[in-house]
Design a protein around this ligand. Structure first.
Ligand SMILES: Cc1cc2nc3c(=O)[nH]c(=O)nc-3n(C[C@H](O)[C@H](O)[C@H](O)COP(=O)(O)OP(=O)(O)OC[C@H]3O[C@@H](n4cnc5c(N)ncnc54)[C@H](O)[C@@H]3O)c2cc1C
Length: 374
């Protein structure tokens, strides 16, 4: 690997969080919008984040510094993005505190993984690190074997993307170990089933199928986020924070009128959806209820009566969210049952059992919506 220690490249950068992608329950990718700054880094480089910049961590940082008797250092995070990509991104795994075995609770990673939201601003310092591909890699080999575990795969992911673009003749083998039982989707449902109802490698099938689905979806999302349209949207939202596009402050009357319109639309859609029981209409009604809820919440600072309205639509949003989860999960399980059912050594039985549970959950949600509507 290369020994790159170009200190000229290291500088502080103000970034805005453009997206937070939840990878697993304890790992998130933070996508940073860096404005027009030209990013000079190599695949495999890392950046650092200083915990002192976060007001929310101030007391915790000071307490840990007292305990440890030294200043808390910036934490390093490898880029999972590649230099040719428009966005800078890091993937962070949350460290755990295990009573009796870990000396101190982790400082920064829990906040980065669980409490980072879009629009948040932070300062990162970068970029450096010796773990990069040599420029003459193609004269050294035609096959790279990446052996990684956990968040150690992050720089290799960047190198892989870089090499696919700039060294297309190289072959790659990626050997990766990470998945734990906690990461299995439908884990709770599977744990609750008696063992005699779990036939075949059900958890593996779920993980593998959904992971390949996720990779394809990720590609679509990345393309959308690389588009000029998305960049313009981010820039517009950023400017609206300080300079909202209003000729004059809205009156309570105008706000109320708009909010009422959203409520009427939500009521109409809810009634229609409950009457037909149609899944797509119920989903559409949920979106209308969500808009009515946000419109009511917007009114709250000037009209306390909006609180009850916001609460009512929030209930619809939650119950219809459960309904939509049941519908989507059922259709996924049906697809998994079809693949498993035609693969030697597997069968669709357990997927059928899980399907039935999801269908029941959706039905319970439908009943609850009828009750809420009165
Ligand atoms: C080059 C490099 C690249 C990295 N890339 C990534 C990446 O891509 N993704 C990623 O998730 N992580 C990466 N890391 C790890 C990352 O920098 C952090 O170490 C990690 O996020 C934990 O930080 P924390 O503040 O949450 O935990 P910390 O507060 O650092 O605590 C972590 C653990 O260390 C113990 N500990 C802390 N201080 C002491 C002490 N004084 N004495 C004894 N034990 C102590 C704690 O009890 C805890 O168990 C990278 C690290 C390096 C060096």
């Amino acid at each position: 690997m290369n020994d790159v220690s170009d200190t000229r490249r290291i500088k502080e950068l103000e970034v805005m969080v453009a997206d937070v992608i939840v990878e697993t329950p304890d790992t998130s990718t933070l996508v940073f919008f860096t404005g027009n700054d030209r990013l000079e880094y190599r695949a495999g480089h890392f950046l650092t984040i200083d915990p002192h910049q976060f007001e929310a961590l101030e007391r915790f940082t000071a307490f840990l510094e007292d305990l440890k008797g030294k200043r808390e250092l910036p934490r390093a995070y490898s880029m999972c993005s590649a230099p040719h990509e428009r966005y800078l991104a890091v993937t962070v795994k949350e460290e755990q505190y295990v009573s009796g075995s870990t000396k101190y609770p982790p400082l920064l990673s829990p906040m980065l993984v669980k409490r980072t939201v879009r629009g948040m601003r932070l300062t990162v310092t970068g970029f450096t690190g010796p773990y990069t591909l040599p420029d003459d890699i193609e004269s050294q080999t035609d096959h790279i074997v990446h052996i990684c575990a956990g968040s150690g795969s992050v720089p290799n992911f960047s190198m892989l993307k870089f090499a696919l673009k700039h060294h297309p003749r190289l072959r790659h083998t990626f050997i990766y170990s990470n998945k734990t039982w906690d990461d299995v989707i439908f884990r709770d449902a599977l744990t609750e089933l008696p063992p005699e109802l779990v036939l075949g490698p059900v958890a593996n099938r779920i993980n593998n199928d959904l992971q390949s689905y996720q990779l394809r979806a990720r590609k679509d999302v990345t393309e959308a986020m690389d588009s000029q349209r998305y960049l313009t949207l981010l820039a517009t939202l950023q400017s609206w924070r300080t300079d909202p596009p209003l000729n004059e402050p809205p009156s309570l009357k105008a706000l109320t009128k708009r909010a009422r319109r959203a409520e009427r639309k939500a009521d109409r859609r809810l009634a229609e959806a409950v009457e037909t029981g149609d899944d797509a209409l119920l989903h559409r009604a949920r979106k209308a209820a969500k808009r009515a809820r946000y419109a009511a919440e917007l009114r709250l600072p000037v009209d306390k009566r909006a609180k009850a309205t916001a609460k009512r639509y929030k209930q619809f949003q939650r119950v219809l969210g459960d309904h939509q989860d049941g519908v989507v999960a059922s259709s996924t399980l049906r697809r998994l049952a079809l693949s498993a059912g035609t693969t030697p050594g597997e069968n669709g039985f357990t997927f059928g059992v899980l399907y039935e549970r999801e269908q029941r959950a959706a039905e319970t949600a439908r009943t609850r919506v009828r009750e809420l509507l009165g």
